[in-house]
Write a protein that binds this ligand. Structure first.
Ligand SMILES: [Zn+2]
Length: 256
Protein backbone atom coordinates (compact mmCIF):
# COMPACT_ATOMS: atom_id res chain seq x y z
CA UNK A 1 0.00 0.00 0.00
CA UNK A 2 2.83 2.37 0.92
CA UNK A 3 4.64 1.57 -2.31
CA UNK A 4 1.47 2.25 -4.34
CA UNK A 5 0.89 5.53 -2.50
CA UNK A 6 4.51 6.50 -2.98
CA UNK A 7 4.25 5.92 -6.74
CA UNK A 8 1.08 7.99 -6.93
CA UNK A 9 2.61 10.80 -4.87
CA UNK A 10 5.65 10.86 -7.15
CA UNK A 11 3.41 11.15 -10.24
CA UNK A 12 1.28 13.80 -8.57
CA UNK A 13 4.33 15.87 -7.69
CA UNK A 14 5.68 15.51 -11.22
CA UNK A 15 2.59 17.29 -12.59
CA UNK A 16 4.25 20.60 -11.64
CA UNK A 17 7.60 21.37 -13.24
CA UNK A 18 8.48 23.93 -10.60
CA UNK A 19 9.31 26.32 -13.43
CA UNK A 20 8.36 29.83 -12.28
CA UNK A 21 9.66 31.82 -15.28
CA UNK A 22 13.23 32.53 -16.33
CA UNK A 23 13.81 34.64 -13.21
CA UNK A 24 12.53 34.42 -9.63
CA UNK A 25 13.28 36.50 -6.50
CA UNK A 26 16.15 34.88 -4.56
CA UNK A 27 14.75 36.03 -1.21
CA UNK A 28 17.60 38.49 -0.59
CA UNK A 29 16.39 41.20 -2.93
CA UNK A 30 17.97 39.90 -6.16
CA UNK A 31 16.80 37.84 -9.05
CA UNK A 32 17.86 34.24 -9.55
CA UNK A 33 18.12 32.86 -13.05
CA UNK A 34 16.74 29.55 -14.28
CA UNK A 35 19.57 27.06 -14.85
CA UNK A 36 18.16 23.56 -15.37
CA UNK A 37 16.15 20.81 -13.75
CA UNK A 38 17.75 18.99 -10.83
CA UNK A 39 16.98 15.80 -8.91
CA UNK A 40 16.09 15.70 -5.28
CA UNK A 41 15.02 12.73 -3.19
CA UNK A 42 12.76 13.47 -0.25
CA UNK A 43 11.68 10.95 2.33
CA UNK A 44 7.96 11.04 2.99
CA UNK A 45 5.47 9.15 5.16
CA UNK A 46 4.92 6.89 2.13
CA UNK A 47 8.61 6.33 1.41
CA UNK A 48 11.32 8.06 -0.65
CA UNK A 49 10.03 10.21 -3.52
CA UNK A 50 12.24 11.51 -6.31
CA UNK A 51 11.67 14.91 -7.80
CA UNK A 52 13.20 13.75 -11.04
CA UNK A 53 15.15 15.48 -13.77
CA UNK A 54 13.82 13.06 -16.37
CA UNK A 55 10.33 14.37 -15.69
CA UNK A 56 11.63 17.92 -15.61
CA UNK A 57 9.89 18.69 -12.36
CA UNK A 58 12.31 20.54 -10.17
CA UNK A 59 13.41 23.78 -11.79
CA UNK A 60 16.68 25.05 -10.34
CA UNK A 61 17.65 28.74 -10.21
CA UNK A 62 20.89 30.46 -9.38
CA UNK A 63 21.46 33.93 -7.90
CA UNK A 64 24.76 35.42 -9.08
CA UNK A 65 24.77 38.10 -6.36
CA UNK A 66 24.32 35.61 -3.48
CA UNK A 67 26.20 32.81 -5.22
CA UNK A 68 23.55 30.35 -4.14
CA UNK A 69 20.98 28.16 -5.81
CA UNK A 70 17.34 27.58 -5.07
CA UNK A 71 14.33 25.57 -6.19
CA UNK A 72 11.08 27.51 -5.64
CA UNK A 73 9.24 24.18 -5.60
CA UNK A 74 11.15 23.09 -2.48
CA UNK A 75 9.80 26.05 -0.54
CA UNK A 76 6.26 25.36 -1.74
CA UNK A 77 6.54 21.72 -0.65
CA UNK A 78 8.09 22.62 2.70
CA UNK A 79 11.37 20.84 1.97
CA UNK A 80 13.69 23.85 1.53
CA UNK A 81 17.15 22.76 2.61
CA UNK A 82 15.85 19.49 4.05
CA UNK A 83 15.20 16.05 2.61
CA UNK A 84 12.26 15.04 4.77
CA UNK A 85 8.63 15.89 4.02
CA UNK A 86 6.80 17.97 6.68
CA UNK A 87 4.56 14.96 7.42
CA UNK A 88 7.48 12.62 8.02
CA UNK A 89 9.33 15.30 10.01
CA UNK A 90 6.32 15.58 12.37
CA UNK A 91 6.24 11.78 12.80
CA UNK A 92 9.98 11.75 13.40
CA UNK A 93 9.65 14.49 16.05
CA UNK A 94 7.10 12.47 18.02
CA UNK A 95 9.17 9.29 17.86
CA UNK A 96 12.41 11.10 18.75
CA UNK A 97 10.79 12.88 21.70
CA UNK A 98 9.67 9.55 23.15
CA UNK A 99 13.14 8.08 23.69
CA UNK A 100 16.68 7.61 22.36
CA UNK A 101 17.19 8.37 18.65
CA UNK A 102 18.08 4.76 17.79
CA UNK A 103 14.81 3.60 19.31
CA UNK A 104 12.95 6.29 17.38
CA UNK A 105 14.49 5.02 14.13
CA UNK A 106 13.30 1.51 15.06
CA UNK A 107 9.79 2.76 15.82
CA UNK A 108 9.54 4.54 12.48
CA UNK A 109 10.72 1.40 10.67
CA UNK A 110 8.37 -0.95 12.57
CA UNK A 111 5.24 1.18 12.69
CA UNK A 112 5.50 3.25 9.53
CA UNK A 113 7.84 1.23 7.32
CA UNK A 114 10.08 4.29 6.96
CA UNK A 115 13.81 3.60 7.23
CA UNK A 116 16.03 6.46 8.36
CA UNK A 117 19.53 6.40 9.79
CA UNK A 118 19.84 7.25 13.49
CA UNK A 119 21.85 10.33 12.52
CA UNK A 120 19.03 11.63 10.30
CA UNK A 121 16.47 11.05 13.04
CA UNK A 122 18.69 13.00 15.41
CA UNK A 123 19.42 15.86 12.99
CA UNK A 124 15.78 16.35 11.98
CA UNK A 125 14.51 16.18 15.57
CA UNK A 126 17.16 18.60 16.82
CA UNK A 127 16.33 21.02 13.99
CA UNK A 128 12.61 20.86 14.85
CA UNK A 129 13.34 21.34 18.55
CA UNK A 130 15.54 24.34 17.85
CA UNK A 131 12.85 25.87 15.63
CA UNK A 132 10.10 25.29 18.21
CA UNK A 133 12.23 26.80 20.98
CA UNK A 134 13.04 29.85 18.84
CA UNK A 135 9.34 30.32 17.99
CA UNK A 136 8.51 30.09 21.70
CA UNK A 137 11.12 32.73 22.57
CA UNK A 138 9.85 35.05 19.80
CA UNK A 139 6.27 34.65 20.98
CA UNK A 140 7.28 35.24 24.62
CA UNK A 141 9.14 38.42 23.61
CA UNK A 142 6.03 39.74 21.81
CA UNK A 143 3.79 38.95 24.79
CA UNK A 144 6.08 40.42 27.47
CA UNK A 145 6.49 43.56 25.33
CA UNK A 146 2.67 43.70 25.13
CA UNK A 147 2.80 43.66 21.36
CA UNK A 148 0.82 40.44 21.39
CA UNK A 149 -2.04 40.46 23.89
CA UNK A 150 -3.65 37.08 24.59
CA UNK A 151 -7.25 37.03 25.77
CA UNK A 152 -7.56 36.12 29.49
CA UNK A 153 -8.88 32.61 30.16
CA UNK A 154 -12.62 32.21 30.57
CA UNK A 155 -13.88 31.39 33.12
CA UNK A 156 -11.17 33.15 35.10
CA UNK A 157 -9.82 31.14 38.06
CA UNK A 158 -9.72 32.75 41.52
CA UNK A 159 -6.05 31.88 42.01
CA UNK A 160 -3.35 30.94 39.53
CA UNK A 161 -0.39 29.02 40.96
CA UNK A 162 3.13 28.96 39.59
CA UNK A 163 5.93 26.64 40.72
CA UNK A 164 9.47 27.33 39.52
CA UNK A 165 12.71 25.40 40.04
CA UNK A 166 15.91 24.30 38.37
CA UNK A 167 17.89 21.09 38.56
CA UNK A 168 21.09 19.61 37.14
CA UNK A 169 20.86 17.22 34.22
CA UNK A 170 23.88 14.98 33.50
CA UNK A 171 25.37 15.74 30.07
CA UNK A 172 28.31 14.65 27.92
CA UNK A 173 31.58 16.62 27.94
CA UNK A 174 30.71 18.08 24.52
CA UNK A 175 27.41 19.50 25.76
CA UNK A 176 28.93 21.13 28.86
CA UNK A 177 32.01 22.51 27.06
CA UNK A 178 32.96 25.99 28.23
CA UNK A 179 30.89 25.84 31.38
CA UNK A 180 32.37 26.11 34.85
CA UNK A 181 31.61 23.08 37.02
CA UNK A 182 31.72 22.26 40.69
CA UNK A 183 33.93 19.15 40.27
CA UNK A 184 37.65 19.06 41.23
CA UNK A 185 38.74 19.42 37.59
CA UNK A 186 36.41 22.39 37.14
CA UNK A 187 34.50 20.63 34.38
CA UNK A 188 30.72 20.88 34.46
CA UNK A 189 29.06 17.47 34.37
CA UNK A 190 25.54 18.80 34.39
CA UNK A 191 23.52 21.57 32.77
CA UNK A 192 20.77 23.33 34.69
CA UNK A 193 17.35 22.74 33.25
CA UNK A 194 14.84 25.30 34.49
CA UNK A 195 11.26 24.25 34.95
CA UNK A 196 8.02 26.03 35.66
CA UNK A 197 4.41 24.99 35.85
CA UNK A 198 1.23 27.04 36.03
CA UNK A 199 -1.88 25.40 37.43
CA UNK A 200 -5.16 26.03 39.21
CA UNK A 201 -6.74 24.21 42.16
CA UNK A 202 -10.02 25.90 42.91
CA UNK A 203 -11.74 22.86 44.41
CA UNK A 204 -11.19 21.12 47.78
CA UNK A 205 -11.11 17.41 48.53
CA UNK A 206 -13.12 15.72 51.35
CA UNK A 207 -10.45 16.74 53.90
CA UNK A 208 -10.48 20.35 52.78
CA UNK A 209 -7.20 20.31 50.83
CA UNK A 210 -7.01 21.94 47.41
CA UNK A 211 -6.97 19.54 44.43
CA UNK A 212 -5.12 20.47 41.27
CA UNK A 213 -7.59 20.90 38.41
CA UNK A 214 -7.18 18.15 35.84
CA UNK A 215 -5.61 19.42 32.63
CA UNK A 216 -4.84 22.82 34.13
CA UNK A 217 -1.04 22.44 34.16
CA UNK A 218 1.06 24.14 31.51
CA UNK A 219 4.79 23.47 31.61
CA UNK A 220 7.89 25.35 30.57
CA UNK A 221 11.30 23.67 30.42
CA UNK A 222 14.46 25.30 29.13
CA UNK A 223 18.27 25.14 29.23
CA UNK A 224 18.39 28.86 28.42
CA UNK A 225 19.91 31.38 30.87
CA UNK A 226 17.70 32.72 33.69
CA UNK A 227 16.67 35.95 31.93
CA UNK A 228 15.44 34.08 28.84
CA UNK A 229 13.64 31.55 31.01
CA UNK A 230 12.10 34.43 33.01
CA UNK A 231 10.55 35.85 29.84
CA UNK A 232 9.13 32.44 28.89
CA UNK A 233 7.58 32.12 32.37
CA UNK A 234 6.27 35.67 32.36
CA UNK A 235 4.66 35.21 28.93
CA UNK A 236 3.03 31.94 29.98
CA UNK A 237 1.75 33.67 33.15
CA UNK A 238 0.20 36.45 31.06
CA UNK A 239 -1.44 33.84 28.78
CA UNK A 240 -2.83 32.05 31.81
CA UNK A 241 -4.43 35.24 33.14
CA UNK A 242 -1.88 36.18 35.85
CA UNK A 243 -2.80 39.83 35.41
CA UNK A 244 -6.51 39.17 35.96
CA UNK A 245 -6.75 36.61 38.77
CA UNK A 246 -7.34 37.67 42.38
CA UNK A 247 -4.15 36.01 43.63
CA UNK A 248 -0.98 34.65 42.04
CA UNK A 249 0.95 32.48 44.51
CA UNK A 250 4.45 31.60 43.24
CA UNK A 251 6.22 28.61 44.76
CA UNK A 252 10.00 28.80 44.43
CA UNK A 253 13.24 28.46 46.36
CA UNK A 254 14.12 32.13 46.15
CA UNK A 255 16.80 31.75 43.45
CA UNK A 256 17.24 34.90 41.38
ZN1 LIG B 1 20.46 36.77 -4.17
Amino acid sequence: MLKLGCGMLEKLLSADSGFRGTRVPCGQGHEAEFISYRDKVIDTVLGPVTLNRAWCNRAWYHCAACGCGLAPRDGELGVDGVSMSPGLAAMNDRAAAAGPFAEAAGLLADLAGVRLTVKRVERAAEASGTAVAAAGRDRAALITARRLVPLPPSPLPDKLYAAIDGTGVPVTAKESAGRQGKGEDGRARTLEVKLAVFFTQDKLDAKGYPVRDRGSSSYIASFEPAHVFADLVKAEGICRGAGHVRQLPILGDGAA
